[in-house]
Design a binder for this molecule. Structure first.
Ligand SMILES: Cc1cc2nc3c(=O)[nH]c(=O)nc-3n(C[C@H](O)[C@H](O)[C@H](O)COP(=O)(O)O)c2cc1C
Length: 195
């Protein structure tokens, strides 16, 4: 079986509209790609600590020794092995929840996930495609820093050159027809998931 890795940064859990969109994408993807199974990392449920000085020192020692057996590298290895990556994250403060940034720092491990040569990067990641699914209370209007960052990181460090964006915007604007906005985004999600 191939693996779709679902990185769930929908902090509000079952109340999350972003999670509803993700579920539509995931169920459609499985229907059209029966050789896939889903592995989910729910960022709410794992104790992700920011990489402070001590943690970084420990990590650097392991990297220098080429020893990636410590559990601190488990998320990175799971990420490297996935065949398709899906991120679900609400639009927070023009970006995404901090939990997702910590996760991305944890999977960006020099000499493991990628090798930086100065003029180019060798990525050690299997996935060739990713999808970023989000909802926003207002409109991102040229300030979708979360998606832009993920797209840039994935392309530059991980060799994932295609990261599609699925979004529903304006959900918190007074008078918004939330269901219609979500249904429109769900149709977009379905189209991308069928590919
Ligand atoms: C901490 C926080 C920060 C937010 N920042 C923004 C923002 O910068 N711009 C915006 O349009 N909406 C912002 N919102 C609104 C969310 O984007 C919106 O409610 C979104 O649909 C939440 O997704 P969810 O239902 O999946 O939790 C913010 C909401 C929260 C809780």
């Amino acid at each position: 079986m191939r693996t779709l890795l679902f990185i769930n940064a929908c902090v509000r859990g079952e109340r999350s509209r972003t999670l509803r969109l993700c579920k539509k994408y995931l169920s459609t993807y499985l229907a059209y790609h029966p050789d896939y199974e889903i592995e989910e990392v729910t960022l709410n449920d794992i104790q992700l600590r920011p990489q402070d000085r001590d943690e970084l020192d420990r990590r650097d020692e392991f990297i220098a020794e080429g020893d990636f057996s410590d559990p601190m590298f488990d998320l990175a290895k799971q990420f490297m092995d996935a065949d398709h990556i899906v991120i679900g994250a609400p639009y927070w403060d023009l970006e995404f929840p901090a939990l997702l940034k910590i996760y991305l720092e944890r999977v960006s491990v020099s000499e493991l996930t990628y090798h930086f040569f100065g003029d180019h990067v060798d990525a050690h990641v299997s996935a060739e495609r990713a999808v970023y699914i989000m909802t926003a209370g207002g409109y991102t209007i040229g300030k979708n820093y979360g998606y832009d960052y993920v797209q840039g990181l994935f392309s530059f460090l991980f060799g994932i050159h295609r990261t599609d964006l699925v979004k529903a915007e304006g959900l918190d604007i007074e008078g918004a027809d939330v269901e219609t906005l979500l249904e429109t985004a769900m149709r977009e999600a379905e189209e991308i998931a069928k590919e």
